[in-house]
Design a protein around this ligand. Sequence first.
Ligand code: SAM
Length: 270
Amino acid sequence: MNHHRIPATVRQTYGAGDPATAAGSAGGFSNFGDWHGIDAAPPSPEDRIRSQEQLYRRVLGTLPGPAERLRLAEVGCGLGSGAALALREFRFAAVTGVDIHPDQVERARAVNSRALATFPDRLAYTLGAADELPFPDGSLDGVFSVEAAQQFRGLTGFAHEAARVLKPGGRLAVATFLSAPGAEVAERLSILLAGFADGLDVAHPLDAFTADLAEAGFVDVAAESIGADVWPGLDGYLADTLPPGHWRRNFHAAWTSGLLDYHLVTADRP
Ligand SMILES: C[S@@+](CC[C@H](N)C(=O)[O-])C[C@H]1O[C@@H](n2cnc3c(N)ncnc32)[C@H](O)[C@@H]1O
């Protein structure tokens, strides 16, 4: 894979400074979390970690069993803690975490060195891009992705690659924030959120993604809105950890104004 294909903002964000150590992140994850049932006010750093683990569990729970037979890939694995959780808790046959950033792949291997030693043939982290997945045709039972697809430049290539690497009957499960339709939405998101303004995040409309999946040959494409489990809880945590007015707190406003929502999208390869 060509190093130069990494978008500049992605290369910078996950380069020298590790974003998982930034304010608002915790526990070797880098996602907003599923806060369902986490009610402490204010939430603790342990609650923050639990929210991120819960988001993984929610995504992984959509993959049809028996788990011990499933060979999976995670696209945009970041620090790899989610792939390790998948193996530890769900006991899948094998999980390979893929990330476009070589520093993230290196971090994932370091953070999860014990899990790698425990499951030498079942856990791996490797360099790869969403639109050029490092797997043969029809070789996987499941592909999942947690809060990474908003950074893919386009979702058409990802949809085709996921369809290519899945076996017949395989499932794709993607959790991320996707935008509402409409020409002005991307611009309004850029005004509210620095991530969209500087190009780290891309406004992908949900309906365009589900259309891409259908066009790539997936069936039973389904999208569940889970924003209510993500942003109120996250905002309660950030209120305590970020300075007032920090742009990250605007995600909550972007959600309440209907500009974006957090979705869990699943699709089956016939
Ligand atoms: C917000 S982090 C999420 C990490 C992890 N899934 C988690 O929930 O903790 C997004 C990750 O996606 C990776 N990424 C961005 N664009 C990608 C692409 N086109 N292909 C593969 N990985 C990508 C980034 O390098 C980063 O590690």
